[in-house]
Design a protein around this ligand. Structure first.
Ligand code: ADP
Length: 486
């Protein structure tokens, strides 16, 4: 089976968030299962050629966009630590400059962003053809590749499409006339192109949802939630109509990369049996680097994530006085919405002895927070899957999460009496409900035996991609059967 994986991000070559982590890990796990997989993505100029050896395949394709012809050069690298080929599509008019996304907030506010990914999507099938690859399955990720299933249908080959929704909140909408003129198609080419929202926009994630042969999202709970008005962003009807063709597969994490036994960003390697000393060393370094009093008895709560409303940091100000009264420390790392950045900086400015906020993207500091914190906060308003909570558990740091999407599927409430469970889970999106679980965590922290059990429970969870990759193979096989039937 040949699978081409089309993506806008890939960790570590070009990472912004969890989508990159999936793209960097799932194809490797698929290759281990014997799938003949390649990745195809834009060749951003932020991709560091010194770190990731890049060769020119010698192949070029011409793509007609907005009535003009453009040349796309096909370069090649591999996913680091594997032989999985990554084809990098280079074109200075649309694909190369400006980082992975032009927008910092993951929202689309300009045609520039839309154009980039329309152009990329238009180049994917011709580039694969030039490389002599006719995939059985074209696996498309998020709105950036939302038009690809339609392009595959119009091309009429044997390739079937799977569209994976990583985050329904980011949709990629733009004026239909501009989109159609750029891609050079009309509604006669495909009926889904006639769909408009109330602003006469075409919604690229909706195109993917409607046109792909199968659709999935990144956790079973999120697959159910997006059928509701609350989480469906107006697409709940379209998603409901897909019936059994929509499913949820939990993401894994790259357990090779996120591994406290080999992590270079932590001071002392550790496993489940040596977690006490390893985590103590990481905690001391984290406190020291953060400029906080170094004290092993003080509970440290960590947060790493994009600062958007999704991540729920706005619940913190409503509980912070109670938090400070306990003497605990809070270490936050994130970047995103300037309003939330200022809010997190403001909290730290008021209590510099207990709270530290770092604004920015810092992979090394993130690892130190995962390892050195006593608890990891993920109070998300919604969370398609979430990787932070799984990474934290892998490092023996119990997460405190809201029961939504993948957080609900991966974290079970800890019961000190039975020793069962992996973290702390609250339901209502309120500071009150969040505080109840933080207070519970602090109680457990005071009970060394219970806390040690909880840490061990976390570190012995299996979040590797193996299981999830098998579920993806099952979906690919379903597409194959579907193929035979049509
Ligand atoms: P999302 O995809 O919604 O951003 P996930 O939890 O699925 O959230 O994945 C986020 C990934 O990005 C995690 O690996 C997390 O550690 C990383 N990350 C997010 N923000 C930062 C940051 N400011 N610095 C370093 N790593 C970050």
């Amino acid at each position: 089976m040949t699978v081409a994986f089309a993506t806008s991000e890939l960790t570590p070559i070009a990472k912004v968030g969890g989508l990159g982590d999936v793209a960097g890990a799932l194809p490797k796990a698929l290759a281990h299962l014997g799938v003949n997989v390649c990745v195809i993505m834009p060749h951003y100029d932020t991709i560091d050629a010194a770190k990731y050896p890049i060769t020119d395949t010698g192949k070029k394709v011409s793509v007609r966009a907005g009535g003009q012809d453009y040349v796309v050069t096909i370069n090649q690298t591999t996913i680091p630590g594997s032989e999985v080929p990554v084809y990098l599509l280079e074109n200075t008019d649309f694909l190369t400059g400006g980082g992975v996304y032009f927008e910092k907030s993951a929202m689309v506010n300009s045609f520039q962003e839309i154009e980039r990914f329309l152009f990329f999507s238009m180049a994917v099938l011709p580039a694969l053809a030039a490389l002599g690859i006719e995939p059985d399955v074209l696996h498309c990720q998020d709105w950036h590749t939302g038009m690809l299933p339609t392009f595959a249908k119009i091309a009429g080959g044997h390739t079937k499409t799977l569209f994976t929704i990583h985050n329904l909140a980011n949709q990629g909408k733009w004026d239909a006339t501009e989109i159609l003129s750029f891609i050079g198609l009309t509604v006669e080419h495909h009926p889904n192109l006639a769909l408009r929202d109330k602003h006469d926009d075409i919604n690229l994630i909706q195109q993917g949802i409607l046109s792909a042969d199968l659709v999935n999202t990144v956790s079973p709970s999120y697959a159910e939630e997006i059928l509701t008005n609350e989480y469906g962003y107006g697409l709940e009807g379209d998603l409901t109509n897909r019936g059994q063709q929509l499913s949820g597969i939990l993401n894994g994490i790259d357990v090779g990369r996120f591994n406290p036994a080999t992590d270079k960003d932590i001071p002392q390697a550790y496993t489940a049996t040596t977690a006490d000393t390893g985590k103590a060393a990481a905690k001391a370094l984290l406190q020291e680097k953060s400029g906080l009093p170094v004290n092993s008895a003080t509970a440290v709560f960590g947060f790493v994530g994009r600062l958007t409303n999704q991540k729920g940091t706005e619940l913190l100000p409503g509980l912070i006085d109670r938090f400070l009264a306990t003497g605990a420390q809070l270490i936050l790392l994130g970047t995103g919405d300037p309003v939330l950045e200022t809010q997190m900086q403001g909290m730290a400015a008021k209590a510099p002895e207990q709270i530290v906020t770092t604004i920015g993207f810092d992979a090394a500091l993130a690892q130190l927070i995962y390892a050195g914190s006593d608890f990891f906060l993920m109070p998300s308003q919604f969370e398609p899957c979430g990787l932070g909570q799984m990474i934290a558990m892998r490092y023996g740091t119990p997460p405190i999460v809201r029961a939504t999407g993948g957080l609900r599927d991966t974290v079970q409430e800890f019961d000190a009496a039975t020793g069962q469970g992996t973290g702390f889970v609250f339901k209502d999106f309120t500071s009150e409900a969040f505080w109840v679980e933080i207070a519970r965590a602090l109680e457990v922290f005071k009970q060394p035996t219970a806390y040690a059990t909880l840490k061990t429970n976390d570190m012995t969870q299996d979040f590797s991609w193996d299981t999830s990759a098998k579920h993806y193979v099952t979906l690919y096989e379903r597409l194959g059967q579907h193929m035979g039937a049509t």
